[in-house]
Ligand binder design. Structure first.
Ligand code: APR
Length: 310
């Protein structure tokens, strides 16, 4: 990626998450956007509609919709959202086989046309889909990552802000582990503008907020009934894309391929990383206490069980 040309972002899957992410990329002027979907007319119509919003928003980049992968050629960042979402009564894991097939086929196409791109996977079950994408692309680990931790943390920060009555932006927090019930909250690292959260929220209340964050996805599914959350997931994926495109060196929880870090090998799990132009530029190993280590182990086993099914 050079600073002399516009960045190019492709978004695969023009459904709720993909279209919202593409629109955010255009509004934030992150680069030219290509929206791809298997459904004929949908990416073309949505992309044209988004492009037509750019004069109003004073944004200067193009948004193109397509059913083929040629227009994605030489993308810098590719956000993969293709797949089926959850309905009430379904766990993320119920999506496993269908989405594995979809993620494999779209990643092969993406890798063919953009061999130097950085992939941000959103399709669920996230941790397993990252491994599918890594294998299908044959990209190095630092260029294939998953969006989960930013979203889980955003939910946790929102619920804390609602409780405390402060801006969500004032809440600083990290969560580790897989996406979902086995995520590992690091409440002792949560602060309200640097002040430990325990000074603001009682332990029992904090435990309830952590649980609500873990169940954050299903809370939305139960409201929507016909699909799953997309505004916060899209915003989270776009924050990661922005950190990469602008080489921001942001530390965020990202689903990353571990090669010995935290004592795990050859598995995707959410850990804090430094995000910059090269993708995952560094995995940050923080000291965990025994309870957190046990939770991370449980989270890893949950991811392992899905990988075994695949
Ligand atoms: N190639 C390209 N696009 C595809 C393919 C494929 N092989 N298969 C499905 N799609 C497209 C669908 O046509 C649809 O437009 O993926 C899109 C998915 O959009 P939605 O059904 O609206 O689902 P969404 O809410 O966007 O969620 C997508 O992200 O958060 C995760 O769990 C969620 O796995 C799900 C994914």
């Amino acid at each position: 990626m050079t600073s002399l040309r516009r960045a190019k972002i492709s978004v695969i899957g023009a459904g709720n998450v993909g279209a919202t992410a593409a629109h955010l990329c255009a509004l934030k002027e992150l680069g030219d956007v290509v929206l791809v979907d298997i459904a004929e007319g949908i990416p073309q119509g949505k992309a044209l509609d988004m492009y037509e919003s750019t004069p109003v928003e004073a944004a200067s980049h193009s948004v193109i919709g397509t059913n083929s992968y040629e227009p994605t050629k030489d993308s810098d960042v590719v956000i993969i959202t293709a797949g089926i979402p959850r309905k009430p009564g379904m766990s993320r894991d119920d999506l496993l086989k269908t989405n594995a097939g979809i993620v494999k086929s779209v990643t092969e196409q993406v890798a063919k046309f953009s061999p130097n791109s950085i992939l941000i996977i959103v399709s669920n079950p996230l941790d397993a889909m990252c491994l599918v994408a890594k294998k299908a692309s044959n990209f190095p680990a630092h260029r294939v990552m998953g969006m989960a931790g930013v979203l889980d943390t955003a939910r946790y920060r929102t619920f804390l802000a609602m409780e405390i009555g402060c801006s969500p932006d004032d809440i600083h927090a990290l969560l580790l582990g897989g996406h979902g019930d086995t995520m590992v909250p690091l409440t002792r690292y949560t602060t309200v503008q640097g002040v430990p959260v325990a000074d603001f929220v009682a332990a029992d209340k904090l435990a309830k907020i952590v649980q609500r964050a873990k169940d954050g996805g299903i809370e939305i599914v139960n409201f929507l009934k016909t699909g799953s959350a997309y505004y916060a997931p899209a915003a989270s994926a776009v924050e990661m894309a922005e950190a990469i495109i602008k080489d921001q060196k942001k530390i965020r929880p990202v689903c990353s391929y571990l090669q010995g870090e935290y004592g795990f090998k050859d598995v995707y799990l959410g850990v804090p990383v430094l995000l910059g132009a090269k993708g995952i530029e560094k995995i940050i190993e923080i000291k965990l206490n025994d309870e957190e280590k046990a939770m991370l182990q449980k989270s890893k086993e949950a991811v392992d069980s899905l990988i075994k099914i695949l």
